[in-house]
Design a protein around this ligand. Structure first.
Ligand SMILES: [Zn+2]
Length: 294
């Protein structure tokens, strides 16, 4: 009896310690991000203009609505090698008071791959799930700057990637935000892509802002996550580029080594079993810590 009583007291103390720890760190849940990703991927292949893409947009919107952020849409018709296609970026703004802004971005579309069932768990799925969980964290965190979470449509190319085939959504929003004066208010823009791989290794994208990259790498090291942020420099074109070209302090965080010889990338092997909650949590904890410092 005595023994049982002392055990339950110990268990209670442990539970309270866990509650205190989670309250102090405003946790990003890797498990929750993975579940959002699973829901997104369950819609199947989600290329721009498809029914599944539209359904996913509805799902994203439904998750954001209860957070009372300002949701807006950037809809446009893209001229693609497959013809004119209606695309739509989704923007969630969490207003601050400083007049400045920070943007965290990622894409929700999957690469159009006629004849194959490409569900893009990591490529398109992970960025969607990551941003949905980040929205939950941002909602409960005080911040001086406006925080924009942007879900891009049309990151992927129709066939072969080029300057005009791919990054349709980010190119459109960069132009729109330049006209509206939003770009001039942005202190930092961080784009995330393919960050759910169990074997996580974020490369140092060399066109990105070096000071911003150093700040992210230092933060990762401080949190004990240094091994996931590689000492590997590689130029990678992604949704940060249209903003970089317009002078924005921008960084791309991407793990571009997905499976043996990158063989899961843009193939039917890009499925949920290749992802881990821990990888989401590593990137989430680093980004939340960086957001506090910017
Ligand atoms: Zn891709």
């Amino acid at each position: 009896m005595l023994r049982k009583k002392s055990l339950s007291r110990a268990a209670r103390a442990l539970a309270m310690a866990c509650i205190a720890a989670s309250a102090a760190t405003a946790d990003f849940s890797g498990a929750a991000a993975l579940e959002y990703t699973r829901k997104a991927v369950a819609f199947g292949p989600r290329p721009p203009g498809s029914e599944a893409n539209r359904k996913l947009q509805g799902y994203i919107e439904a998750q954001l609505k209860p957070l009372h952020c300002q949701i807006s849409f950037d809809a446009f018709t893209a001229q693609t090698p497959a013809g004119a296609i209606l695309m739509r970026n989704i923007i969630a703004k969490f207003p601050g008071s400083s007049g400045r802004a920070i943007a965290i971005t990622g894409h929700f579309d999957t690469k159009p791959m006629p004849g194959s069932v490409f569900v893009g768990a990591n490529d398109g799925g992970s960025s969607t799930g990551f941003l949905l969980e980040l929205a939950q964290v941002v909602k409960t965190t005080s911040h001086a700057d406006d925080i924009y979470l942007v879900f891009f449509d049309g990151e992927e190319a129709f066939g072969e990637w080029s300057d005009t085939n791919g990054t349709f959504g980010s190119r459109h929003l960069a132009g729109k935000w330049a006209e509206e004066g939003v770009l001039a208010r942005i202190k930092a823009l961080i784009n995330i892509d393919m960050i759910g791989d169990k074997d996580l290794g974020i490369l140092q994208e060399t066109m990105s802002s070096a000071p911003l990259r150093r700040q992210v790498w230092q933060t990762a090291t401080d949190l004990g996550y240094g091994k996931y942020f590689l000492n590997l420099a590689q130029a990678t074109e992604d949704d940060h580029l249209p903003f970089l070209k317009k002078g924005v302090n921008a960084l791309d965080l991407i793990d571009f080594d997905y499976g043996p010889n990158n063989e899961y990338w843009h193939t039917e092997k890009d499925t949920m079993d290749k992802l881990s909650a821990h990888s989401f949590e590593v990137v989430g904890n680093v980004l939340v810590a960086v957001l506090r410092k910017l």
